[in-house]
Write a protein that binds this ligand. Sequence first.
Ligand SMILES: Cc1cc2nc3c(=O)[nH]c(=O)nc-3n(C[C@H](O)[C@H](O)[C@H](O)COP(=O)(O)O)c2cc1C
Length: 153
Amino acid sequence: MSSGKLRTGIFVATMTGLADICGEEIESALRQAGVACERQLMDGLGLDAFEPYDLLVIVSSTYGHGEIPDNGQSLFAELEAGGQLDGKRYAVFALGDRTYSDTFCAAGDRWDNAMATCGAQRLVNTERHDASSGTLAEDVAGEWAAGWATQAL
Ligand SMILES: Cc1cc2nc3c(=O)[nH]c(=O)nc-3n(C[C@H](O)[C@H](O)[C@H](O)COP(=O)(O)O)c2cc1C
């Protein structure tokens, strides 16, 4: 049941912590499916943090006008400056609010584009949670991960 070899890293960019709760649910759903994973906040991380992993799961909210949360900005800048992610796969869970109609989940889209530009292969489509939808972000996150977890193995 356990993949044994697949190494999954969950990386969280958040301002007020909801994305980290979503990250916990994603971690739990993946573990239940037999995918070993580790979760960390992006604070202080450089691109070398991605190296040990085959599958990179980005969980990011959006702030300002479509900006990446402060704790993810330096990692994102390194990625954009020319990260090499050939051979890795990735998935993005984006948190946002449709009230911000022009920039809804824009940070998630920026991660998605940057990961692909650096050569990583998208495992599943980016999931976008809308804070004004009435659904709980952490529930949506857990269901999303459970939906593709076995595909990751
Ligand atoms: C000041 C502020 C700016 C925001 N800007 C955006 C935005 O541009 N686009 C968007 O989709 N959501 C925006 N949001 C909504 C947050 O992304 C959303 O509430 C998210 O669930 C917060 O997650 P976090 O606690 O992990 O940071 C904004 C929220 C605040 C408070």
